[in-house]
Design a protein around this ligand. Sequence first.
Ligand code: PLP
Length: 383
Amino acid sequence: MRKRYLMTPGPTPVPAEVLLSMAEPIIHHRTPEFSKILAQVVEDLKYVFETRGDVLLFASSGTGVMESSVVNCFSPGDKVVVSRNGKFGDRNYHLAKTYGLDVVDLQYEWTSVIEPDDIAAELEKDPHIKGVFVTQSETSSGVLNDVKAVGKIVRGYTEAVLIVDSITGIGAVECKTDEWGLDVVMTGSQKGLMLPPGLAAVSVSEKAWGHVEKARLPRFYFDWTKAKKSIAKETTPFTPPVSLIIGLGKALALIREEGLESVIGRHAILAEAVRAGVVALGLKLFAPPEGRGNAVTPVWAPEGVDGGRIPKIMSDKYGVTIAGGQDEYKGKIFRLGHLGYFDRFDIITTLSALEMTLNELGYPIELGMGVAAAEVIFEENPF
Ligand SMILES: Cc1ncc(COP(=O)(O)O)c(C=O)c1O
């Protein structure tokens, strides 16, 4: 027997009560029973997104709502700024290019944060820029970009909307949609919302609705106007993923019960403990100190150790699934997830499996040092 532990930044573990709620016999989506659940889910999503604006749901992965932002907000040839410092920022770039937008490409190293001043400079040069894309929590690098600062800048330009990929941000780090002036914010179910993959949510501000009215890119399934009209009637334009929405209702109730601030506070402590643990083992963190998120901790594989072997041994031998590096960092880094349904002993398990793996690979560590460092953080920060 090998018990399995899912320690990746998506998909993430799903609480038993959420799983059980999704195992109930299926109900029809055009019923008062489902409408009531959907209405509550939308209200609770607004709580999590910290918005009084609209939140729309789509049966898709996160990339679906990323694409929906492009097709709903823009027309061919519109000029947009894409800031990118990782794989998911790259996705925004490719999406914008695919749809024929005129892209100002602000590209940074994966190990750096994006610079809000560069965005300000582009907007100053051309105040008719229609949109700015930022990835808040860059899952490929663990970097947390300062969307609050970008919000302050973009707010000053009436023609530009700020589009934020918070797919691994929502529920793990602060993301104050209305207060920070974030026009479009996205997340996916398999992340901080503690659900299986298959559902994505996007918030849309009044300013963004202004863009939607003028946008001429073709859209059908991902048409935000259709989704908004249906949600106003407590339904969906197309068959929704009924079980996932029921599960989401349960997951959001858990988040409300804990309180959003506490949920984010828990993530901050777990992330700090992971960082303390890996540093105590003599390993180097990938993300820079000025921008480390709470969802995932990427770590450089030690010199002389093939980074690809670390996730493999952890999974094959100990049943602990972590993520490897992506694109050019494949084999060079590994990523420890701590997003969503995570508590202290998940971190202890991950660090323990990491220590045993490093030991097996001949990397000189003293067993227990990473775990001990994490325990100190937990003792100092009870929750
Ligand atoms: C920051 C970020 N953006 C976008 C995506 C894409 O989401 P999906 O894989 O659900 O399409 C992910 C998924 O890992 C992500 O972490």
